[in-house]
Design a binder for this molecule. Sequence first.
Ligand SMILES: [Zn+2]
Length: 107
Amino acid sequence: MRTSARLHTELTAIIDRAYDATDRADGPMIRALLGDLAGTGLDQRTAAFLSQAHQLALDTTAALTSVLDTHRFGSCCSECGTSDPCRTIRGISEIFIPSSDASHSRA
Ligand SMILES: [Zn+2]
């Protein structure tokens, strides 16, 4: 079972890796490749999503980093004051670490 601090550290590492991978991706190349998809039968909604996906991934991971920074863990959550993983950290961990069992972790 993970401690609350360890869970927070693992989540931060996951989000940092996702941000770094997205940031290293070649945005202009992605847009160029998407231009090559014209006429392939790709529906407009999917094409619109793909055209925004790189920036959305950057923005989403940056926002999650901000949330994790706000709910950083020392002896308790710096925002919520709980010694167990707070509701925010539990919610994020359920997505990124489904087996974390964060609701039963102890500090
Ligand atoms: Zn919190």
